[in-house]
Design a protein around this ligand. Structure first.
Ligand SMILES: CC(C)(COP(=O)(O)OP(=O)(O)OC[C@H]1O[C@@H](n2cnc3c(N)ncnc32)[C@H](O)[C@@H]1OP(=O)(O)O)[C@@H](O)C(=O)NCCC(=O)NCCS
Length: 225
């Protein structure tokens, strides 16, 4: 596990934990993490098979461990709520969190002050890049990406996708909201702004980046106080 901390302001860090699920695929981890899950999580486990089942158990067990440690509780004592789009929160509050997985990789971020949305995108070969771009990005974003394509086609596509999903997850709506109606544009080496279609700036900040041109990550956050 690798962890890192962002300090949007000095008193309110966002702590992030990056896991490689392959390291937890042993029977002991799977059975102990499985025991931590609630009924809804167990239902979800039963809908999955093979590696997808294992990844679900591990991701949700690890999330419980991170939250339990942050709240000084046992992992099995974490009680979730979910908004109408499925975004999980905590019944008794205390901390904001969000997670994202891409194959064996898992990112979990927690913050006392900031409401979060996070996204991970492994750069996979995509045949229908143009169709996805058309569905996900506004025309201004598509123009921006077009300018970047000559530099590295896949990098900017996945960076942009990760920023968009993190933004939609921060708002709690996910892809139930038309992704084209919200825009993100880089505003520095690692940060981006969030805007509505009519270019009004949203009070949501976005950090993003990519690791070795194979993985894009993004964290969108807004003060919850
Ligand atoms: C949220 C969403 C964008 C995630 O897409 P994804 O790229 O497949 O998945 P990620 O790995 O990045 O994130 C998944 C995690 O985000 C969290 N999440 C789920 N819904 C969320 C939402 N609306 N907002 C923010 N986070 C959400 C969960 O922790 C989820 O983990 P789980 O699937 O293991 O339970 C997508 O599932 C979506 O649009 N959901 C909302 C609409 C929907 O289908 N709702 C059905 C339930 S009411």
């Amino acid at each position: 596990m690798k962890s890192f901390v962002f300090y949007p302001d000095r008193e309110a860090p966002i702590s992030c934990y990056f896991f490689d699920l392959k390291k937890f695929l042993d029977d002991q981890s799977l059975s102990s993490f499985g025991l931590m899950l609630d009924d809804l999580e167990k239902q979800q486990v039963n809908l999955r098979k093979g590696i997808f089942r294992k990844r679900y158990i591990l991701a949700h067990g690890l999330l419980r461990k991170v939250l339990g440690k942050s709240l000084n509780k046992g992992p099995e004592d974490i009680v979730y709520t979910r908004n109408s789009y499925g975004k999980p929160g905590l019944e008794h509050g205390g901390i904001n969190f969000n997670m994202s997985h891409s194959d064996d990789l898992l990112l979990i971020c927690v913050s006392k002050k900031y409401r979060l949305g996070v996204d991970l995108q492994l750069h996979k070969k995509i045949e229908n890049l143009d169709t996805i771009s058309e569905e996900m990005f506004s025309s201004a974003e598509a123009d921006f990406m077009e300018q970047q394509l000559t530099i590295n086609k896949y990098n900017e596509f996945f960076n942009m996708w990760a920023r968009k999903e993190a933004l939609l997850k921060c708002l709690g709506v996910g892809l139930m909201h038309n992704p084209k109606t919200l825009e993100t544009f880089p505003q520095g080496r690692r940060s981006a702004g969030a805007f509505t279609e009519d270019k009004s700036r949203l009070p949501i900040q976005i950090y993003y980046g990519n690791i070795k041109n194979i993985l894009s990550w993004s964290i969108a956050f807004i003060s919850s106080l």
